[in-house]
Design a protein around this ligand. Structure first.
Ligand code: BES
Ligand code: MN
Ligand code: ZN
Length: 466
């Protein structure tokens, strides 16, 4: 699919012209006004659509009117969602060439228009022997060239991450993630089991021990002359979470190939970062392994020593993400960066609290958390702050080690945050729990079911805005 910039989208000969209609207003197309608006067939309620055959009376063979709802309530997030739905509609009627002509919208119109096109066009059909041959070849837009090109790259990073998280665990192994990371042409180091042992990563390695897949600790680095800031982004990289010996019930295990969505986000961002050339140093870090109940698996009651020397009693082998992140956080803090941001499908508790519409965010620096919430908000993600009061750590106390890896069921997202904080030293840090937002079991807004690329839009834009 290719996006082409045109002066007047309405005059393009194409299979489908997509136009908008606000409630109580007419559209920019006389044809649409005559056959759908003036006789009140189509009101323009948000996300309603109306398809018209034009029988040679316009350059476009068909016109799709998309309802934008009340003008006063419209914004760029609604625009992106409407565009994604229009794209799906266009595919379903097998349009090969589609033009977009929207009236009465400005803001970052061009950027979210482009995002909506690429997010809406996404399918994961690589394992279908009969691919849906419904792809749109050409899209014509009237838009700002710079913003379209920017959004094309952000969307590519997002769909790269979606592909990785949708990929079955049998293929998206720690070794595979490492080889993908090595292909970006960045300065990249992959540490194997022995090297991680030498670094003292006893928590990370314990999690990977029950699997036949070798663990890999991945560190990618993008840098430039005189970076304005140095940031490390860490992604939880559990390529499959069976729960380990504290095994999950079948229904909870079903989607656990998505437990590397944080890693997928980091890889998505690192895959495109050189093309943006931002004035920031960015470290992408992933402690990749599987959590399996093999005969060498770590056990409840084991006591692990993390990279910073702290000891952890294993209370539940299914609270594995925080163990791998503990060593990754220690590693990141030793890089001497200004900020560390981790993204993790960490707790079912966060999903219970916020559902699939928002990720939980916690951190030790209010300003960093606020800036991340704001950039997420402007780019189609929602982050909601959860508290990190020290009382949430009470239940992490262990009789035999410095701490245990789980605590009370109540407030589980915050307890996990407090656990992570014990491995953060002398750095501004934010933790984003994407358990609810990374993978959908049914379509939502601009997304089909499956991986959403959670974190890519917000964190990539955060980096670009430094
Ligand atoms: N990967 C899961 C969290 C998760 C749950 C992600 C649902 C996406 C959807 C994590 O490793 C986990 O198993 N957490 C446990 C922690 C508990 C044992 C303290 C949980 O949330 O149940
Ligand atoms: Mn788990
Ligand atoms: Zn997990």
């Amino acid at each position: 699919m290719e996006i082409k910039l045109v002066e007047d989208a309405k005059s393009v000969a194409c299979d489908l012209l997509v136009i908008n209609k606000f409630e109580n207003e007419s559209t920019s197309s006389d044809f649409a006004n005559k056959y759908a608006v003036e006789d009140d067939k189509f009101e323009g309620k948000l996300n309603d659509t109306y398809l018209l055959q034009t029988y040679g009376q316009t350059p476009a063979k068909k016109i799709l009117i998309v309802g934008f709802g009340k003008k006063s309530e419209f914004n760029s997030n609604k625009l992106r969602e409407a565009v994604a739905k229009a794209i799906k509609k266009a595919s379903s009627i097998e349009a090969k060439t589609v033009a977009f002509k929207f009236d009465g919208v400005d803001f970052d119109y061009s950027e979210q228009l482009t995002m909506g096109i690429y997010i809406g066009d996404y399918v994961f059909d690589k394992y279908k022997s009969e691919k849906k041959d419904k792809h749109i070849n050409e899209i014509y837009v009237q838009a700002n060239e710079g913003l379209v090109h920017k959004a094309e790259k952000v969307a590519a990073a997002m769909n790269f991450a979606r592909n990785l998280a949708n990929e079955p665990a049998q293929f998206a192994t720690p070794t595979e993630l490492a080889s993908i990371a090595l292909d970006f042409g960045l300065e990249t180091k992959v540490y194997d089991r022995e090297e991680c042992e030498k670094m003292g990563m006893g928590a990370f390695l314990a999690v990977g021990r029950g699997s036949a897949q070798e663990p890999k600790f991945i560190h990618m680095k993008y840098t430039c002359d005189n970076p304005k800031k140095r940031i490390a982004i860490i992604g939880k990289g559990i390529c499959f979470d069976s729960g380990g010996l504290d095994i999950k019930p079948a229904s909870s295990m079903l989607t656990m190939k998505d437990d590397m969505s944080g890693a997928a986000c980091v890889l998505g961002i690192m895959s495109i970062i050189k093309e943006f050339n931002p004035q920031v140093e960015v470290h992408g870090i992933i402690a990749a392994c599987e959590n399996m109940p093999g005969c060498s698996a770590y056990k409840p009651g084991d006591i692990l020593t993390a990279k910073n020397g702290k000891t952890i009693e294993v209370d539940n082998t299914d609270a594995e993400g925080r163990l791998t992140l503990a060593d990754a956080l220690c590693y990141a803090c030793e890089l001497g960066v200004d900020e560390v941001i981790d993204l993790a499908t960490l707790t079912g508790a966060c999903m219970v609290a916020l559902g699939t519409h928002a990720a939980g965010i916690m951190g030790n620096d209010e300003d960093l958390v606020k800036r991340l919430i704001d950039v997420a908000d402007r780019n189609g993600e929602r982050y909601w702050q959860l508290p990190l009061w020290e009382e949430y750590g009470d239940s992490l106390k262990s009789d035999v080690a410095d701490m245990q890896n789980t605590g009370s069921r109540w407030g589980g997202a915050s307890a996990a945050g407090i656990f992570l904080q014990k491995f953060v030293k002398d750095v501004k840090w934010a933790h984003i729990d994407i358990a609810g937002t990374a993978f959908l079991d049914k379509p939502q807004k601009e997304f089909i079911k499956g991986a959403t690329g959670a974190g890519v839009r917000a964190i990539l834009n955060y980096i670009l805005e430094v």
